[in-house]
Design a protein around this ligand. Sequence first.
Ligand code: FAD
Ligand code: FES
Ligand code: FES
Length: 478
Amino acid sequence: MTSTRGAIRFLHRGRVRELAAESATRTVLDWLRETEGLTGTKEGCAEGDCGACTVLLGRAEAGAVRYEAVNACIAFLGMLEGRHLVTVEDLAASDGTLTPVQQAMVECHASQCGFCTPGFVMALSALRHASASASARDVEVALQGNLCRCTGYQPIVEAGARMYELTGPPVLPAVEPGELDALEDGATVRVGGFVQPASLDALADILQATPEATIVAGATDVGLWVTKGLRDITPMVHIGRVAALREIDEGPERLRLGAGVSYTQAWPALVRLAPGLDALLARIGGAQVRNAGTIGGNIANGSPIGDMPPPLIALGARLELRSRGEVRELPLEDFFLDYGRQDLAPGEFVTAVTIPRPKPGTHFAVYKISKRRDEDISALCGAFRIDLVDGVVVEARIAFGGMAATPKRAAVAEAAMRGRTWDETVLDAAIAALAMDYAPIDDWRASGAYRSRIAGNLLRRFFAETTEPAMPVRLAHV
Ligand SMILES: Cc1cc2nc3c(=O)[nH]c(=O)nc-3n(C[C@H](O)[C@H](O)[C@H](O)COP(=O)(O)OP(=O)(O)OC[C@H]3O[C@@H](n4cnc5c(N)ncnc54)[C@H](O)[C@@H]3O)c2cc1C
Ligand code: FES
Ligand code: FES
């Protein structure tokens, strides 16, 4: 029988905080500013886009504490359970000496009105704490989730290099892993409408008893249902403490990602499996979204424009689902039944996605089309995989997001390619066949006509890249 605890526990400002009365379904940002009076953390957009609210969360992992930048505006207070919370107020030494990150921001004149500055300092502090050096790309990737309206980004990016040249107080008031491990007692946390089990069995029991509950992973989707949709999504069941859902298992034949694995955690293993995923992952949200958001959440929300389903479907991924009495598996494409409707029974949840390792002769690419390069949802996302033997397509899998009510395979186009020599005639036939696979709609991201045309162009690009390997591949700028 799993024990229950009626309070959340986390480390903050050198002590264990235990919150029983506070609603764990408030956002971390509201709690910091309204209850704690810590107003250094700012509210800009309240939807995860601007990074003004960036805080760091420390998690014990493999004998160390790993600190990640997250958006406090869409993180719920209960998600702090077992973590070390660091805000901008915690950085400078008690005598006011600035950390190397803060000092670099001053020296590089990287702040004007200052509203965005705490968020940038926190994002850079996470990078500086994690690494002894960083490339210009590392700095840019770390700052993708932070917007500045007045300084301009150049001085801020320069501060990202300068911070490695300076000495000063520690970048963060980091804690030892044992201090976080000591908080874990295996109990299910129940505070108000927030429930957080610590094991798979406890999670299955809770969802069986309360199938109407909202499952919360990284809250980068559901957080907005609350801050923008003003919805009451309680009871919410947070899966972040179930270790089995955070496992990454890299085998010779396949990669298995637990449903609670974040984009940041999955990134290296996904790129080892399919290097073509690198450019896509770099364009999913910003670092804060990738640190909190999970691939399981991206699949489970069933959005027709989620970025991970198309490439995972093209790669032949299978989804694992579990309820109290049963574990079942299905091809990922079969999970998406219709707009907003997934093959998920009451009380059931996603446990993992398993992706077979591509064989020699497999070609794979994924292209994202959006209005902005960074921090933007796709208008269209196309993923292509073919297995070629002596120039003949022995297997083809094509999947698009943004072309139908769900992420969907292009069965007719695939059939036009299978068993044929991969040449321009077959390419033209496959592009023509896309019109039978999809009838995309107009919406404010793109017109249906634009989507159809671009889908064909992406297939043409894939053809060029698979038949002319010398051609430069500039996926990041699609
Ligand atoms: C600023 C910003 C930028 C973004 N950019 C992108 C982008 O570029 N591309 C993109 O695809 N998405 C983007 N998103 C959307 C979001 O980040 C992703 O969809 C993310 O993967 C959601 O994962 P999560 O863990 O945060 O899910 P949550 O928000 O916690 O949950 C999402 C949904 O999945 C359900 N769910 C979660 N886990 C499970 C489970 N194990 N079993 C069953 N149901 C479950 C929840 O109930 C909910 O319905 C962005 C979001 C923000 C705020
Ligand atoms: S306030 Fe804009 S990301 Fe949180
Ligand atoms: S300094 Fe004004 S928004 Fe960045």
